[in-house]
Design a protein around this ligand. Structure first.
Ligand SMILES: [Zn+2]
Length: 423
């Protein structure tokens, strides 16, 4: 009887221990269309492509500890609105919808996911393709959950060196910091091998843009291939505060730009090598802590142009019922993963907003996941809005004057009310 009790208590202790073990899983799906679909490089009429270069993917990185489960999802697209992401969230089993962060890489050479319409209400969006992507995204997350296994975590934030990005409006006004999060298997046949390596960096993957008329993941494709061929596991890219106008440094000495696939490979490979250099010396944290919280925030929509997009998109039809779009709600998330803290941005924040928010976050390893959970165009401070002539485009393609300030206030409130990650 005594030994039976002993056995029973041992069983419960190991059960509790296992329930508190950090686990990670990753999975991806190929979402390259099997036919040519108009590609979107921003608001306005999408471009008809003539070919495909590289493959489009949706990638899911899932973390679990005790009762907390988080999914970080990245999709090759210019932006992935919540009205699409929420349809995937409904198909995902075992993760609370508010703990599923869906970000777009911001590649400017992928099918339109907004359903931009012209004055007559015609749209080039391929609704069947988008339906398929929604299911593929959910499948990737569900598979990542089924692959959860005990993991250690490495995190780092450091300057990525070399000719990667610059600010097209003012060359040096960009954030060179790259964040890296890596989960490593601790047991079984894959012990010691990476499960997933997440790269967080602010840039516009628009080397090809729509001008080359190619459906492509742009620099993200070569970035993924390089990381995975060098160390294995799955690579996943989350963009950051890259608005107005942090972009790939494709400048050539003759004043021209290298806007071809070779340049996507050069920059993608360089980003991969820098990410691996940054994470390489970091000691893995055993059984690291994770934390996830979120909040709904409201942005006024001052821009008639942005209101038009929501009102006329066939994809947002449910949202458009009884909605005058004078404002819009969106979710921002805060995560702690080991020593790193992450805040999401539902759009393209300008780099000065990125610097400010990172500086005020409660961590030595701040990361921002841009274009995550929604992509509402540019987010400027009220001082920048309709300021420099240079900012007229980014002001026009923003929700309005207060977007940046509201975001800063709400994001930092969330950081203040949340626990700090471990030091
Ligand atoms: Zn952009």
């Amino acid at each position: 009887m005594k030994s039976c009790l002993l056995l029973l208590s041992f069983f419960f202790i190991s059960l509790t221990l296992s329930a508190q073990t950090l686990k990670a899983g990753a999975a991806m799906r190929d979402i390259t269309p099997d036919h040519l679909i108009p590609i979107s490089g921003g608001m306005g009429t999408p471009e008809i492509p003539t070919g495909i270069k590289g493959k489009l993917t949706v990638r899911a990185f899932v973390l679990e500890k005790g009762a907390v489960r988080i999914a970080i999802v990245s999709v090759d697209n210019i932006g992935w609105p919540a009205f699409l992401g929420d349809r995937s969230r409904k198909l995902i089993k075992g993760i609370a919808p508010e703990n599923i962060l869906i970000g777009a890489t911001h590649a400017h050479s992928c099918p339109d996911a907004y359903g931009f319409s012209d004055e007559k209400g015609n749209t080039a969006a391929d609704l069947k393709y988008l339906d398929w992507c929604i299911r593929q995204m959910a499948d990737a997350v569900n598979e990542a959950i089924s692959r959860l296994e005990p993991a250690s975590i490495r995190t780092a934030v450091a300057e990525a060196k070399g000719k990667i990005a610059y600010n097209y409006y003012a060359p040096k006004l960009y954030d060179p910091r790259m964040g890296v999060i890596q989960a490593i298997a601790v047991s079984g046949k894959n012990a010691g091998k990476p499960i997933a390596t997440l790269i967080n960096y602010a840039t516009h993957p628009e080397i090809l843009g729509t001008g080359r008329k190619l459906i492509s993941p742009d620099l993200c494709g070569p970035l993924y291939d390089r990381v995975e061929s060098k160390i294995g596991g799955m690579a996943i890219f989350m963009n950051s505060a890259q608005g107005g106008m942090v972009t790939a440094d494709t400048r050539l000495e003759n004043g021209k730009e290298a806007n071809d696939w070779e340049e996507c490979i050069r920059i993608g490979n360089l980003m991969a090598d820098e990410a691996l250099r940054i994470i390489e010396p970091v000691k893995a944290e055993e059984n690291a802590s994770i934390y996830c919280t979120s909040r709904i925030i409201k942005f006024p929509i001052d821009s008639e142009k942005m209101r038009f997009v929501f009102k006329h998109s066939p994809l947002a039809a449910d949202l458009a019922k009884d909605n005058d779009f004078s404002s819009i709600n969106t979710r921002i998330n805060l995560l702690n993963i080991g020593k790193a803290q992450i805040l999401t941005i539902p759009g393209e924040a300008l780099p000065n907003i990125g610097f400010y928010v990172k500086r005020k976050m409660n961590t030595e390893q701040p990361m921002l996941f841009g274009l995550t959970n929604d992509a509402f165009g540019y987010m400027l401070t009220k001082e920048d809005f309709n300021g420099f002539e240079r900012y007229s485009y980014v002001s026009r393609t923003s929700l309005g004057e207060m977007t940046g300030s509201i975001y800063e206030e709400e994001a930092l409130k969330l950081a203040k009310e949340s626990p700090a990650p471990v030091k």
